[in-house]
Design a protein around this ligand. Sequence first.
Ligand SMILES: NC(=O)C1=CN([C@@H]2O[C@H](COP(=O)(O)OP(=O)(O)OC[C@H]3O[C@@H](n4cnc5c(N)ncnc54)[C@H](O)[C@@H]3O)[C@@H](O)[C@H]2O)C=CC1
Ligand SMILES: O=C(O)C1=NCCCC1
Length: 200
Amino acid sequence: MRTAAVSAISAKLLMSPGAEVLAILGTGKQALSHYNVFTEIFSFKEVRVWSQTKERVERFVRSVEGPVRGCSSAEEAVRGADVIVTVTRSTEPVLYGQWVKAGAHVAAVGACRPDWRELDDMLMKSAVVYADSREGALSESGDVILSGAEVFAELGDVINGTKSAQREKTTVFKSLGMGVEDAVSAKLVFDQWTAKATKS
Ligand SMILES: NC(=O)C1=CN([C@@H]2O[C@H](COP(=O)(O)OP(=O)(O)OC[C@H]3O[C@@H](n4cnc5c(N)ncnc54)[C@H](O)[C@@H]3O)[C@@H](O)[C@H]2O)C=CC1
Ligand SMILES: O=C(O)C1=NCCCC1
């Protein structure tokens, strides 16, 4: 859930204000938590989902409620989408810049190894790239390392107001996960548990 929460913060900061269509590539555990968090926080008119097989897409669609539509190709899912979440175990690009609408926001969650990709060079080079950790992105993300794309800012820079949120441009948030996210999540759980325990 903490990974999806961070992706949702990236979307809150970087997606276009009138965003209506969300696309999710992948139908595993991260896809479900992203679906749950994004539909809880935002009001997308349509959520499109694609995965490797028709069976996985159908199973995912049956498992959730809301305005979800299964797609038979990644291209069908992402064409015209305002926000795209990539949550696959792919080692090769599944999302191509030529399909992505200008001004869309991409939260790229998979491909967390230096030789793995989810996004192609065209997208990485044409988008404004943000990361949770610049250091992490430059050592762990194949999409950043192999494309040679510049990391414009960390998400924390945008939250602190030291770097701009370029909503009008196509943006990529490269997520890798950070220990501090686990620490904050653990504190939230502990605080809620303590509050309940003191009441009873
Ligand atoms: N950035 C972060 O903080 C985190 C990133 N991850 C990464 O997110 C990704 C997804 O994780 P989970 O949902 O837990 O995995 P999962 O195994 O539950 O789901 C993986 C999904 O990827 C799809 N997939 C696998 N190979 C593919 C390919 N070649 N092309 C297209 N789709 C493919 C599968 O059909 C499935 O829908 C993994 O790469 C994982 O390492 C996971 C946790 C945190
Ligand atoms: O932050 C995490 O947790 C992970 N990050 C990338 C790879 C899978 C787990």
